[in-house]
Design a protein around this ligand. Structure first.
Ligand code: DUC
Ligand code: ZN
Ligand code: ZN
Length: 516
């Protein structure tokens, strides 16, 4: 048997099992798992020293080089090289970023533009979700089939932000088409009018400190929109994934829908598990570093609820929502994170770009706080950080697991007795962003190394990213194997394409758990 890389003495972790096995790799693919494999001449051997070998992590929610005005409100601190270097240094080998459709333009134009930014520059494998801002019937039905051909099989829609937001009617248009073509649909759920009204009133009363970002978006803003969008998805029988879920009542409505066997999925992020609204109350403009949407929640008990939802199956994937903007300008002058340096006031929440950097810290934080602290098993970690994202976004089993035929993407972690604790500090990170909201947080173990398609891309011993820009490849994705429509309707209405095809839903080939 031929192989060119052998990982010995590890515990191989998948979403279902932990097994002591050596892993043999040939041409960037796993070829076999067995005990006591001998390395042939010239084969590279890596000794995992009794530690864990997990799949390379998948981060299915990152904003990289996203156009300034869209959602984040300011220039992205990272380009594809710095963001993907940061990713692999935290164990992440596959990232899905966003390509934002400009209103009045095609989705294809967005995909082409973002391809151009990424091509030749990434050290991690990557793909795009299209952020749909202009879902006319012609556009959805005219473009989705060709995007799927190109391997772009997911969209994100927003219920807030003037530049991105869709009306309920437009959301229905998206769900109708997404169900028909088997496109995974991500939703940013916040009630736009509640935010607008509160923001105006707070500003009129001079309440514009960074933490008033949270005041303007209390949990009910998220839970109302979640509940409403769920109803829209039920009417259309369209599977849906709620991104960056943080509010207790949003988890409640999602859990309740899952109990009714709806195809509904939830994503959360390390910041909702580990930080609270207190961070926005830091002195001066420092609170700006913690402004994200949905905001960090005030009540520490809410954080526990996010942990419970993450461990009990309500949450399907953990992503970083990496959305980096810089605090300082090139001269080290404090910008205080403002959308319009030199123009808009600093420290006013209305001008603070939303979003936190986190693509590098997600894995180590989830491993430390989840696995090392005993909140979840290594398998649960893999399910949440690798496997489910690969399944939901059509990359499984190429990505997200370790089995014969999978890409040889691995993270090696230390055995419990060999762990080395450290603290997160921005100077050790590889992102171009000049701060981390997790500064000073304890890390119980950081990846020993990250391997992508059989090549070491990050060496933890020296904290060096060794892969060259351009090593990362575009991932042509298929359809979700996790989600599928149920063919459950609220009354006699059905989409007309089902009438044409008889009762059989022939176009949606996802064949997911609930589908057929
Ligand atoms: N939504 C995101 O998904 N990321 C950052 C900001 C936002 O509102
Ligand atoms: Zn969002
Ligand atoms: Zn985001």
């Amino acid at each position: 048997l031929q192989f060119d890389l052998l990982i010995k003495n590890g515990i191989v972790v998948t979403a279902s099992d932990e097994v002591r096995a050596d892993v043999a790799v040939k041409d960037g693919k796993v070829v076999m798992l067995a005990l006591g494999l001998e390395a042939p001449e010239g084969c590279r051997v890596i000794d995992a020293e009794g530690g864990y070998v997990t799949p390379g992590l998948v981060d299915s929610h990152v904003h990289v080089a996203q156009s300034a005005a869209k959602a984040l409100g300011a220039k992205s601190a990272d380009d594809w090289t710095s963001a993907s270097r940061s990713a692999v240094a935290g164990g992440c080998t596959s990232m899905i970023a966003f390509a934002v459709q400009n209103r009045g333009e095609s989705m294809q134009a967005a995909v082409d533009a973002y391809h151009q930014l990424a091509t030749g520059n990434a050290v991690a494998d990557y793909s795009f979700h299209v952020i749909v801002t202009d879902p006319s019937k012609e556009q959805m039905h005219g473009e989705l089939p060709s995007l799927i051909e190109q391997g772009i099989t997911s969209i994100k829609i927003y219920s807030t932000y003037p530049a991105l937001k869709l009306s309920d009617e437009q959301i229905l248009e998206c769900f109708y088409a997404a169900r028909q073509y088997g496109v995974t649909t991500m939703v940013h759920a916040e009630n736009s009018d509640m935010i607008a009204w509160m923001t105006r009133d707070l500003a009129a009363r001079g309440m514009t400190a960074p933490w008033n970002h949270g005041t303007s978006r209390p949990p009910i803003v998220e839970s109302e929109a979640t509940n409403r969008v769920l109803a829209l998805s039920e009417l259309m029988d369209c599977p849906v994934l709620f991104v960056h879920v943080s509010a207790p009542d949003a988890f409640k409505v999602i859990r309740e829908a899952q109990t009714r066997a709806m195809s509904v999925f939830a994503e959360t992020c390390p910041h909702y598990l580990l930080l609270t609204g207190k961070e926005m109350r830091a002195p001066g403009f420092e609170g700006a570093k913690a402004c994200c949407a949905p905001p960090l929640r005030e009540n520490p008990a809410d954080r526990e609820l996010v942990w419970n939802s993450t461990c009990n199956g309500t949450v399907t994937v953990v992503s970083s929502d990496h959305a980096p903007t810089n605090f300082y300008d090139e001269n080290g002058k404090q910008l205080g994170l403002t959308k319009n340096p030199g123009k808009s006031p600093r420290g006013d929440f209305r001008y603070i770009p939303n979003g936190l950097p986190g693509v590098e810290t997600r894995g180590p934080l989830m491993w430390s706080e989840g696995v090392c602290k005993g909140r979840m098993s290594p398998s649960k970690f893999v399910e949440l950080n690798c496997t489910n994202a690969a399944k939901l976004y059509g990359m499984y089993p190429q990505k997200g697991t370790i089995q014969p035929g999978s890409d040889a993407d691995f993270v090696i972690w230390r055995s419990p007795t060999a762990r080395k604790t450290s603290k997160v500090t921005v100077s050790n990170l590889h992102s171009a962003c000049d701060y981390t909201p997790f500064e000073g947080h304890d890390i119980e173990d950081w990846p020993v190394m990250t391997i992508l398609r059989g090549e070491v891309v990050y060496d933890g011993a020296t904290n060096n990213v060794v892969a060259k820009p351009g090593y990362g490849q575009f991932l042509k994705r298929g359809k979700s194997v996790l989600s599928g429509p149920r063919n459950k309707w609220l009354n006699e209405w059905r989409p007309s394409y089902l009438d044409a095809a008889g009762e059989e839903d022939t176009q949606n080939a996802s064949g997911g758990a609930n589908g057929k």
